[in-house]
Design a protein around this ligand. Structure first.
Ligand SMILES: [Zn+2]
Length: 469
């Protein structure tokens, strides 16, 4: 009977408990609402927050101590994941020494184990960000919703109070799909969020079983963590009869940006300072060019993260957005660096070129493309038994990867999820290794000389023919 508890009562229960918290989620939610609706005036508040963070970081952590007195963000070094993973202790603030703080572990996209500590304020901020951006997507706290992700820490009580059904995507099989399909058809189920790929597979499954949009009551689907191919997005919208709203979020921070009705990703400038830096060095990316997303978390007091290079590539939106949202926006998120592909000539390709092409080949039900070395590539395929297009697929790949490419196609029964639960279409082990060791990969520059792609802390590109005009 408690399962039928109204969303409004759950909401009241949530806020009643929150009223006893110090700091509270409500105060952070109010702050987000104030800051993100204020437009340019909010920048003064951001500046003040940044100064407090820089003073705190330089006064209480070993890594930032040499920068004491620096007030400009640009004076601080860009932080690479590799450095953070190797020197985690140097980032812990002595102001929180001895306090039992929540710790989050991640294997990270580059395979390096990472560890993050959050202050109670940061924890509240993260929850407030999820509530704020979910409300923008039409979801209110307490409404029935499903989340596709691997979480091991949340209590059963919290799932119940938040009215959340968890779809753990570690193994996606017939039983998982059937259960998720049934749950999604619950008349009160209004919102679906989580990893993009399993959501896309689920939509195809429902479509395949003849479901029409009126079988669902979903009002929005909010995929996170992985990029969606254009046809996957269409399939989700067509199946569930609702809008897909992309969210840019990560575990080490929180919600960084969310898509507006005009398809732009508006940035959460109330919680973070964003920089788009050049692919060649640490100067700002030229307007209209793809840059690396570098983030400073204004609330990372237990473990300050200043100018943290997320490993994502994006394009800034230069015009004011017609949706009326005053915060700056990304025109496009290009994906993760470790999901980019280097062709056999050393030029970089966007993964979507291959993904969109492969998804059009009939008979391929699943695939994963791996770059093993500078010129060795492997395509794992799960196919229909009658599939006979291997030679065509190989030719298609060669067209993009170049004549010297060594391409191996392996038919398999299943493509497993990564430890994180994600199911990327593309994994560049060659780049990953370079990121881990800080050497190895080379990229052909415009002058025809091979340059260390990720040697030291630099990324040397051009021509990024698929990325920059
Ligand atoms: Zn907009």
């Amino acid at each position: 009977m408690f399962d039928n508890l109204k969303p409004s009562l759950r909401r009241k229960a949530f806020w009643a408990i929150d009223a006893f918290r110090r700091p509270s989620v409500r105060s952070q939610l109010q702050d987000l609402e104030d800051q993100l609706s204020a437009g340019p005036q909010a920048l003064a508040g951001q500046r003040e927050r940044l100064e407090s963070l820089l003073t705190h970081a330089t006064g209480s952590t070993e890594h930032y101590r040499p920068y004491r007195g620096c007030k400009e963000l640009a004076s601080f070094p860009v932080l690479q994941k590799r450095h953070l993973s190797e020197h985690t202790d140097a980032f812990q603030s002595s102001a929180f020494a001895g306090q039992p703080l929540p710790v989050m572990f991640t294997s990270g996209s580059t395979g390096m184990p990472m560890q993050f500590r959050f202050s109670p304020l940061k924890r509240c901020r993260q929850r407030a960000e999820v509530i704020y951006f979910s409300e923008l997507a039409g979801f209110k706290l307490g409404m029935r919703h499903a989340n596709v992700r691997i979480i091991r820490s949340k209590s059963v009580f919290r799932y119940w109070m938040e009215n959340q059904v968890l779809f753990d995507p570690s193994v996606i099989n017939e039983a998982w799909l059937a259960r998720a399909r049934k749950e999604l058809k619950h008349p009160a189920m209004v919102y679906l969020t989580g990893y993009a790929r399993p959501i896309s597979v689920l939509a195809s499954y429902c479509l395949h079983h003849g479901d029409r949009p009126d079988a669902f009551s979903l009002s929005s689907v909010v995929p996170t963590a992985e990029g969606l191919a254009a046809d996957e997005r269409q399939t989700i919208e067509r199946t569930f009869g609702c809008r897909v709203i992309n969210r840019y979020a990560c575990q080490e921070f929180g919600v960084l940006a969310q898509e507006c009705p005009n398809g732009k990703l508006h940035l959460n400038t109330a919680s973070y300072v964003f920089e788009l830096l050049s692919l060649e060095n640490d100067s700002p990316a030229a307007p209209g060019h793809v840059g690396r997303v570098v983030v400073t978390d204004l609330f990372s007091y237990a473990m300050p993260l200043i100018r943290y290079d997320l490993g994502d590539l994006a394009l800034l939106n230069l015009e004011p957005c017609p949706c009326g949202n005053p915060t700056p926006a990304l025109a496009e998120l290009q994906g993760r660096l470790v999901e980019m592909i280097l062709d056999s000539r050393g030029q970089m390709l966007s993964p979507f070129i291959l993904v969109n092409n492969l998804r059009e080949v009939r008979g391929i039900t699943q695939f994963r493309f791996l770059q093993r070395t500078a010129d060795r590539y492997e395509l794992l395929l799960v196919t229909a038994p009658t599939f006979q297009e291997e030679a065509r697929v190989k030719n298609l790949l060669r067209e993009y990867l170049g004549e010297k490419a060594n391409i191996f196609i392996n038919r398999v029964n299943e493509i497993p999820a990564l430890h994180s639960g994600k199911r990327p279409y593309v994994i560049n082990e060659y780049l990953k290794e370079s990121l881990r060791c800080g050497s190895g990969a080379t990229l052909q520059t415009g002058a025809g000389n091979p340059s260390p792609l990720l040697g030291g802390e630099r990324i040397l590109p051009n021509p990024f023919r698929a990325l920059n005009p």
